[in-house]
Design a protein around this ligand. Structure first.
Ligand SMILES: Cc1ncc(COP(=O)(O)O)c(C=O)c1O
Length: 388
């Protein structure tokens, strides 16, 4: 039988010079992909171990609300039907919660998608985004992917008394000019766990020109208990160029379903709606997210366990003589005082997955997600062994 040239495994001689990299847009050529935390199943497969724990992606150790699980299961029965592309029920519920109109909500496949939609809407070659050093890794990714300039402001110094490595709003503001269409602010920031108070952030937002969209990323909003921590969704009437992003991945424990959203002025939401895919948020995520909003007890329990865990982990690390960045999130980043690679590796062999954050400009540091008292103990024991 004559062989089919298309499946012979031989490259077409006219195509041997095909190089997808040089053909890619410049931003993508330079892009380093996002590095996710190592999944438990991968580590267990690689090392032939069981009972590993992942403290690498700031997930909720309590899992999702049982109400969300039940609603998600029920929604699966209608999996043959496309989801509501407008997310009517979920948007209505979120709008009610934030005291805004449903036209001010944009749903995303995780808040990461919302960040990407923002970049695709306002950034392009010749335009710039400003964000801080050590800020969440997705800001440079979405900026570079559309060939815009990433203008990185230096962060507060390592020895800052309250917010080491935190956002320096004055430095960020000084980098904003007419080319800057987007400013990304993470409050609190990942991986530092540092935060901005109402007075400082409000003054910053008020100082932004009308040519700049300000994104305040509040992925860890629910964990923060500081009295002067702002709810920026309340500022939208005054600042139509403000976008607030939130997620169901953290306190709601729905990271695997990919659900996040933006609250903004209706004009901003209308533009984001133009660039998103028609069915960007699946039906299971919409149903589970809606049900999760009814479970205030699950949120309260998650906050309480996190509060105790942050204290447990931070104090133990300090007792070990390690420098800890004070965190208001559900994770703690600390300086191992050495190359963290071998430390990370020893802990992996103990079945504990953490996150090196060298790629965030924090050499020597590791980030650990705060978990149950037992998991936190396991992490601390593994770390002691690794540092011994
Ligand atoms: C600061 C910050 N923003 C946004 C996200 C994205 O979350 P998701 O896409 O799961 O909503 C994360 C996740 O780690 C984060 O740390």
């Amino acid at each position: 039988m004559a062989s089919n040239p298309s499946v012979s495994g031989q490259a077409d001689p006219a195509r041997v010079d095909f190089d997808p990299v040089t053909l890619a847009v410049a931003g993508v050529q330079r892009l380093s992909p996002y590095q996710p935390g190592k999944p438990v199943a991968t580590l267990e497969r690689e090392l032939g171990i069981t009972q590993a724990i992942k403290l690498a992606s700031n997930e909720n150790p309590l899992g999702p609300s049982p109400l969300a699980v039940e609603a998600g299961h029920a929604a699966l029965a209608d999996a043959h039907v496309y989801p509501d592309g407008n997310g009517f029920e979920l948007k209505s519920r979120l709008a009610e919660r934030h005291g805004v109109a449903p036209e001010q909500i944009t749903l995303g496949n995780g808040s990461n998608e919302v960040l990407e939609l923002i970049a695709r809407t306002w950034l392009a070659p010749g335009r710039a985004a400003v964000f801080s050093a050590h800020a969440f890794a997705v800001y440079p990714l979405v900026t570079q992917a559309v060939n815009a300039e990433a203008r990185v402001a230096p962060a507060l110094p390592a020895d800052h008394p309250a917010q080491p490595f935190g956002h320096d709003l004055a430095a960020m503001q000084s980098r904003v000019n007419a080319d800057v269409r987007v400013v990304f602010v993470a409050n609190p920031n990942n991986p530092t766990g540092t935060w901005l108070d109402t007075a400082a952030l409000e003054a910053f937002v008020a100082a932004m020109p009308a040519t700049t969209v300000i994104v305040v990323d509040e992925a860890y909003f629910e964990y923060v208990e500081e009295a002067s921590y702002p709810d920026t969704t309340q500022w939208l009437d005054r600042f139509p160029n403000l976008i607030v992003t939130r997620t169901f991945s953290k306190i709601q424990g729905l990271a695997g379903l990919r659900l996040g959203y933006a609250v903004s002025s209706p004009g901003v939401a209308e533009l984001l709606n133009r660039v998103r895919q028609p069915f960007n948020v699946n039906a299971v995520a919409q149903a589970a997210g809606l049900a999760a909003l009814d479970d205030a007890a699950h949120v309260a329990k998650s906050v309480a366990i996190n509060r105790a865990g942050v204290r447990q982990v931070s104090e133990a690390l300090r007792e070990m003589g390690l420098r800890v960045i004070p965190s208001v999130g559900n994770f703690v980043t600390f300086d191992t005082g050495r190359d963290p690679g071998p430390v990370y590796d020893v802990m992996l062999r103990e079945g504990v997955i953490t996150r090196p954050v060298e790629n965030y400009g924090l050499p020597g540091h590791l980030r650990v997600t705060v978990s149950t008292p037992e998991d936190n103990d396991r992490f601390l024991m593994a770390l002691k062994k690794a540092l011994a």
